[in-house]
Design a binder for this molecule. Structure first.
Ligand SMILES: *[C@@H]1O[C@H](CO)[C@@H](O)[C@H](O)[C@H]1NC(C)=O
Ligand SMILES: *[C@@H]1O[C@H](CO)[C@@H](O)[C@H](O)[C@H]1NC(C)=O
Length: 184
C-alpha cells in the first residue's frame, strides 16, 4: 500500500468513526411501518404493545437480545424483538433500544407492525408471532460510494470473508463476528 493511499485510508476511517459517533441518537438507518392494519388509541393492542416495549427495554441490554409477547389471552397480542450489535455495551444497548422504541412509535403511530434499524440496535414488533422465522420482507441496502479497482477479486474475497464470518458467528455466544481482509 502506498503511503498516500495509507493516509487516505486512515483519514477515511477517522472520518467514518466520527460520523458514526455523532450520528447516534440522531437518525435511524432505516425503518418500515410494516402492517397494513392500524390499531386505535386506548385499544387492548395499544396497552399490550406499550407493556411489550417496556419489557424489551428492560430485558434486552443484559444479553443484547430480547423477545417477548404480551396479551395472548385478550385476543390482541403484540410480539416484539430487540437486538443490539454484538460489540455494543450494555448501557449503549439500553440507550439504543429505548431510543428506537420511541422513534418507531413516532414514525409508525398506530401501525400494528414496525421495524427500525440503528447502527447499534434494531427493534421490531408485530401482531402475529414471527419468532424463529426468517424475515425476507424487511430489508434495505447501504453501500460504500468508492469503487474497487478489481471487482472480480474483491467479490471473491468478500464472499470468502463472509462465509468465514458466518461460521465464526454461528459458534459465538452472541452470534456475532467481525473480520477483515486486506485488499491485495
Ligand atoms: C393507517 O394510518 C395511516 C396514518 O394515519 C394512514 O395513512 C393509513 O391509511 C391507515 N391505514 C388503514 C388501513 O386504515
Ligand atoms: C464508480 O463507477 C461508476 C460507474 O463506472 C461511476 O459512475 C462513478 O462515478 C464511480 N465512483 C467513484 C467514486 O469513482
Amino acid at each position: 500500500m502506498s503511503s498516500s493511499k495509507l493516509i487516505s485510508t486512515i483519514l477515511f476511517s477517522v472520518t467514518l468513526s466520527l460520523i458514526l459517533q455523532s450520528s447516534f441518537g440522531a437518525d435511524p438507518l432505516f425503518h418500515f411501518c410494516s402492517n397494513s392494519e392500524n390499531f386505535t388509541a386506548k385499544s387492548p393492542y395499544e396497552t399490550n404493545l406499550k407493556a411489550l416495549i417496556n419489557s424489551l427495554i428492560y430485558k434486552t441490554p443484559s444479553t443484547g437480545f430480547g423477545i417477548g409477547s404480551v396479551g395472548q389471552y385478550q385476543n390482541q397480542p403484540a410480539y416484539g424483538l430487540a437486538l443490539c450489535r454484538g460489540d455494543v455495551s450494555t448501557s449503549e444497548c439500553k440507550t439504543c433500544v429505548s431510543e428506537a422504541s420511541k422513534e418507531i412509535q413516532n414514525r409508525c403511530e398506530y401501525n400494528k407492525g414496525a421495524i427500525i434499524w440503528y447502527d447499534y440496535c434494531m427493534f421490531k414488533y408485530l401482531d402475529t408471532d414471527f419468532f424463529g422465522k426468517i424475515d425476507n420482507r424487511n430489508k434495505f441496502y447501504m453501500w460504500n460510494l468508492n469503487n474497487v479497482s478489481d471487482p472480480a477479486t474483491f467479490n471473491y474475497n468478500t464472499k470468502e470473508l463472509l462465509s468465514q464470518l458466518a461460521e465464526k458467528a454461528s459458534v459465538n455466544t452472541k452470534l456475532y463476528a467481525t473480520g477483515e481482509e486486506e485488499e491485495e
